[in-house]
Design a protein. Sequence first.
Length: 104
Amino acid sequence: MPLVVEAQPTSDTLFRLEITVDGTVIGEYERSRHADIGRKTEEVNYAADYLVELYTRRGMFVVRWDSVTRTKVIRDELGNHIGEIPRACWRKSARQTDLPQSTA
């Protein structure tokens, strides 16, 4: 089932990323700067089967970065921890890919 990620502006610099399947919003991915929308869309696509399965079992969800555990936590509408985005699905942030290469 192909997922669609739609970027909704929340401020001049941040976007809310809605995840839809067949026209139905199933969740929201991390809030994002414009430069990271493509990367986070890829992450959603890599985790698509997992996200659809979670939605089927638990309903709408949100994905947020947890700085304490350094994971991308998936929570249901009540805030309960229901899963994590597997690290294998993560992509490098725009800040990491734009770093100049050292020539040491």
